[in-house]
Design a protein around this ligand. Sequence first.
Ligand code: SF4
Length: 201
Amino acid sequence: MNDGTDAGISPETTWEELESACLSCKKCALYETRTKLVFGVGNREAEIMFVGEGPGEHEDMTGEPFVGRAGKLLDEMLEIIDLSRGKNVYIANIVKCRPPANRDPLNTERDACIDWLRAQYRLIRPKIVVCLGRISAGELIGDADFKISRDHGRWYDKDGVRFISLYHPAALLRDQSRRPDTFVDLKSIQREIRKICERTY
Ligand code: SF4
C-alpha cells in the first residue's frame, strides 16, 4: 500500500484534518445512502492495523467499525492474543460508507475510497497489517491469485511491513468450521508481534 500522498493529502496532514475531510467525503455514490461515515477506531499510534471491507448496518448506525455480532467476535479474537481496540490496535475499512444491503463494495467505490485508508496507514506506520476477509486482502496484499480459503494465515512482506489475512468475522459466524484455522492464524500473528513489535503485548 502506498502512503496516500498521491491523494492530495500531504505528509503534514494531521489526524484531525484527515478525519474532518473524510467525514464530508462525497467521492462516490455511497455518501448518498450512508447514515454515518465510519472513519476508524483505535489507538492511532498502534503498531498493528486491522482492515475490514466496509461498514454493515450496525456500523452505519453507530459510525464505528466492527460492532454487532461480527464486531463482538473480532473483539474476542483480539483478546486471544492480548490485543484490544483502543488499546493497541487501529481498525479501519477499505470503504468508509456502507454499501446498500451489505453488497460487496464496487471497484469504483474502492478506488474512490482507498486514499483515505492510505493516509491513515501513513499516519500510523504500522509494522503489521491484518486484512479481515477476501476483499481487504485482495485490495491490500495485491496478489491477483489470492484466495482467502488457501492464503489466510500466510505472511507477505511489503516494503518492510508484514501483511497477513484472516477470515472475516462475519464469515466465521456463518461457518464455524473455519474457526480452528483462524485460531492458528491468530497465534501466528502473536508470534510475529513478539518478534517485530517494540512494545510488550
Ligand atoms: S465510501 Fe469512501 S469515497 Fe465513497 S463517499 Fe464514503 S468516504 Fe467517500
